[in-house]
Design a protein. Structure first.
Length: 330
């Protein structure tokens, strides 16, 4: 009997399962659905009891169990166990008796109350020869996996690897688009904190411009006309991108709020003390105490450096500051 005669003939049902997987992988899908389709087809065509797919995490050089039956997600290092050996060598491993192979880890069987007899382990390598994962099928019905099973499983694994890489590329594009949208929002927020119009100052043309190297940046500025003259605030957070932009925008907002609260409390203190000088006793109310608490919180958050920038905006008379202190102490 020649080799062609010995080859196992695929049933119509098996062929349909393979065609279904091919058709499914050509359509839009999520990662979990795609992997479930492949494992289901592999179990049917290879007459296997169970199947699983491990995804390769290149950053940690680990394999993550993504699809399995009756097993919680686990991680193993590349090179550990049969799955790790397959990932390291990128070779199909056909083990007829798992407990006779020293590379087999029985811990998974114990955790899932399952007994693995035979196992076929295949690397998932994409069209760029990059390892993306490992597929395993367990316990062939009525015997062990043969060369025909290896050929069929290799075909399924190749389709799975390419489709898996396509899903990851799609997810990466989606995440990139989400990040771009987040950066656009951060840019709008940051730009909204800058002066909308330039202050008018006799004898001067005032201009301010903010042009970050990226969508957002760690710089900011503010301009305001005070009794003492033109106040110019410049800020620069270390680094570039969304992190420094959020930091400097938060600091900018806190400086403005602290200035507003300080001015509001100083005016309120003047009013209360003027009423008292005219014989009206008006105690500080709860709203005033809440404003003071808010101001002190902002001052602690701003820190010493921020308060130095805020100080020129708070240049009041000694009497104003004393009135503010008296009101706070009540």
């Amino acid at each position: 009997m020649n080799a062609r005669t010995r080859q196992r003939r695929l049933s119509t049902r098996d062929m349909q399962a393979i065609l279904d997987v091919t058709s499914a992988l050509a359509a839009p899908f999520d990662l979990r659905t795609m992997l479930d389709e492949v494992v289901t087809a592999a179990k049917q065509v290879l007459r296997a009891d169970r199947g699983s797919v491990w995804l390769h995490d290149p950053a940690a050089d680990e394999l993550v169990l993504e699809v399995a039956t009756g097993i919680l997600p686990v991680r193993v290092r590349s090179g550990v166990g049969l799955v790790g050996a397959c990932a390291r060598t990128r070779q199909t491993i056909n083990v007829p008796d798992c407990y006779a192979d020293p590379r087999f880890d029985p811990g998974v069987d114990k955790a899932s109350s399952y007994h693995t007899r035979s196992m076929l382990t295949l690397p998932l390598v994409d069209h760029k020869d990059v390892l993306v994962g490992v597929m395993q099928v367990l316990n062939k019905a009525g015997g062990v996996f043969d060369a025909d099973d290896e050929a069929l499983a290799t075909a399924l694994a190749a389709q799975c690897a390419v489709a898996l890489q396509r899903v990851r590329m799609t997810e990466s594009l989606i995440e990139g688009e989400k990040m771009l949208q987040a950066l656009e929002v951060a840019r709008e927020v940051q730009m909204s904190t800058l002066p909308a119009t330039m202050p008018a100052l006799s004898g001067y043309d005032v201009c301010g411009m903010f042009r970050p190297a990226e969508l957002t940046g760690g710089d900011t500025f503010d301009l305001a006309v005070l009794d003492q003259g033109l106040l110019v605030v410049l800020g620069d957070a270390t680094g570039h991108g969304i992190g420094p932009a959020l930091s400097v925008t938060q600091m900018h907002a806190m400086l403005r709020i602290a200035f507003r609260l300080h001015t509001e409390l100083a005016l309120r203190a003047k009013g209360i003390l003027m009423m008292r000088e005219n014989g009206f006793h008006i105690p500080a109310d709860e709203a005033t105490r809440a404003r003071f608490a808010e101001l002190h919180y902002l001052e602690r958050s701003i820190g010493k450096t921020g308060l130095l920038a805020l100080k020129p905006m708070l240049q009041g008379s000694s009497k104003d500051l004393w009135q503010l202190h008296m009101l706070e102490g009540e």
